[in-house]
Design a protein around this ligand. Structure first.
Ligand code: URA
Length: 233
């Protein structure tokens, strides 16, 4: 544990007397709450300190899991539509979190966020091939030929070739699709390439992570064990 004023001085914010004034002016937050007490003790590895809304060094690594509702776009800002960032509780807003990959505006389900750039790149890299499982309601019924076409690596209508993927029909007009890459509108375009228009899409799993009991629109932090498992994927 470290005193807040020492941490701010060591981060190059100013001298001890300058730091005192900066704190008094309410410009410093710890985990999203304004702190004016320069003797506050904090753990810079676990807590996020911001000056004027910008995170200072020693930031805490966070990975969040959101159960995304339809109607939000996956972007950090947008002039027109609400973004997934608006679904994050206030204490996470100043943590420089970025969505890991993207879900379409209409797609629901599992979306991760992190402020760890290395982890972000690892998870979205096509080389890592973290499997993602989607539930789709769609027109038509998936056949054995569709299953084989997915397994062999589909060619989309625009000639893009996909990596082998798994199609598991659950019943007429309902399937699970497992893909290991994240091309634009990937699942919708794969299903369309086999004549099955997707009417509803939900991401249910990414690597070993599932939505579990997390309600639609709700967010939770991953545990250290869950993060370690993600890093091993
Ligand atoms: N594939 C899609 O088509 N849309 C998504 O949102 C995710 C995967």
């Amino acid at each position: 544990m470290e005193r807040l004023d020492k941490f701010l001085c060591d981060s190059g914010v100013g001298t001890r007397s300058q730091v005192k004034l900066i704190l008094k002016a309410g410009r410093v937050t710890v985990d999203g709450a304004v702190v004016r007490d320069n003797s506050l003790k904090l753990d810079p590895q676990r807590q996020t300190v911001c000056l004027d809304g910008r995170s200072l060094g020693g930031k805490r690594r966070v990975v969040l899991l959101l159960n995304k509702p339809a109607g939000y776009i996956t972007a950090t800002e947008d002039p027109k539509d609400p973004t997934v960032m608006e679904l994050l509780p206030a204490e996470y807003r100043a943590m420089d979190l970025k969505p890991v990959g993207r879900l379409d505006k209409a797609t629901e389900g599992l979306l991760l966020f992190t402020n760890d750039g290395d982890l972000l790149h690892r998870l979205i890299s096509p080389k890592k091939e973290v499997p993602k499982v989607y539930y789709a309601r769609h027109e038509g019924a998936a056949t054995d030929e569709d299953i084989e076409a997915f397994a062999g690596g589909l060619t989309l209508r625009d000639e893009t070739v996909c990596l082998p993927a798994k199609l598991e029909p659950l019943g007429p007009g309902e399937s699970l699709i497992t893909v290991c890459e994240g091309k634009y509108h990937q699942v919708r375009r794969m299903m369309a390439a086999r004549g099955m228009h997707v009417e509803y899409l939900e991401r249910r799993q990414e690597g070993s992570l599932t939505l579990g009991a997390l309600a639609r629109g709700a967010v939770r932090e991953l545990t250290a064990d869950e993060i370690a498992a993600l890093e091993r994927e």
